[in-house]
Design a protein around this ligand. Structure first.
Ligand code: SD4
Length: 291
């Protein structure tokens, strides 16, 4: 039997995961849980990869990507959104209140404002300073597990055994203006199939997009792999590509199946994920490829 409530998330994110678990403990749905969990980090200015305080693109604009998926297979997402911190909730509104699944940039911002979201400057003094220091050399070099840190990808199972997932990020620091990563793209940054399980990614989005990683993991689980085996196979697809530069970037996956089994795998060391089950919160070091 599954140890419910069950929540997992990328990185060491106790506040977010505990908030999600609380929703489930109060009888809420997995969808409500992942949304509320993600909102915690979106509101945290110290997390420089999500929401307010996110590191900007190379021109100094903080642009956010987010997506959400429920147990019915519905999906909603926003990309390249400025001035609105709770993009996960905007993504949910796209899913529930429009005939579309994906809104971008100014249109997404306009939609959010029409739904009552508050506009605010997302560039904090700290992130502005980091960007100004970066501008001196203007060198784009993803730093493994430093720049690529703390995108929140979250999966939850509620008392009814239903699965939902969410993902929210400011993307790669100092990205080209207009760049969109994997996090808001269905099947890449996140995928849920309530019959099988769910998966979510963090790390260098381009590599996740090129291998449609989260959908791959869910389909591999459907064919009988455990979440762990499926995460390992998805990382293998990246590192075994001809001329893969995987020594210089990080990709990490976490996954959960309908039985509540969990898997995680990364290219490099120092990826960890968070878990909340009937034993409480735990940060768990992930297994990884490059040993
Ligand atoms: C992206 N996957 O935009 C995201 C970045 C990330 O922790 O995961 N940061 O490529």
């Amino acid at each position: 039997t599954v140890n419910k409530p069950l929540v997992i998330a990328t990185w060491n994110t106790p506040d977010a995961v505990n908030a999600a678990a609380k929703v489930l403990q109060n009888g809420g749905t997995a969808l409500d849980a992942v949304e509320q969990g993600c909102r915690v980090e979106e509101a945290n200015p110290k997390n420089q990869t999500v929401g307010i305080g996110g590191l900007p693109d190379r021109d100094g604009f903080v642009t956010l990507d987010a997506c959400i998926m429920n147990e019915k297979g519905d999906y909603g997402a926003v990309v390249g959104v400025e001035n609105i911190k709770h993009v996960i909730s905007v993504a949910r509104k796209v899913m529930e209140d429009t005939p579309h699944v994906l809104l971008s940039g100014k249109g997404a911002e306009q939609f959010a404002v029409s739904k009552g979201f508050k506009k605010e400057d997302l560039l904090t003094e700290e992130s502005k300073k980091a960007w100004e220091e970066w501008k001196v050399k203007s060198e784009y070099k993803p730093i493994i597990n430093i720049e690529n840190h703390d995108t929140i990808g979250m999966l939850a199972m509620d008392a009814d055994g239903n699965l939902s997932g969410a993902c929210t990020t400011s993307g790669l620091a100092y990205k080209l203006r207009g760049r969109i990563g994997d996090s808001p793209i269905i099947g890449s940054g996140l995928f849920i199939d309530n019959e099988v399980g769910g998966a979510v990614a963090t790390g260098l989005g381009e590599e996740v997009l090129k291998t449609v990683g989260s959908f791959l993991i869910v389909e591999l689980m459907r064919q009988g792999m455990s979440p762990q085996q499926a995460c390992e196979e998805a990382i293998k697809r990246i590192v075994t590509k001809p001329n893969s530069d995987f020594k210089n970037f990080q990709v990490c996956y976490i996954a959960m199946n309908k039985k509540g089994e969990i898997g995680s795998y990364a290219i490099h060391e120092w990826f960890s994920y968070s878990k909340f089950d009937n034993k409480g919160y735990k940060n768990i070091k992930s297994d990884f490829y490059l040993k």
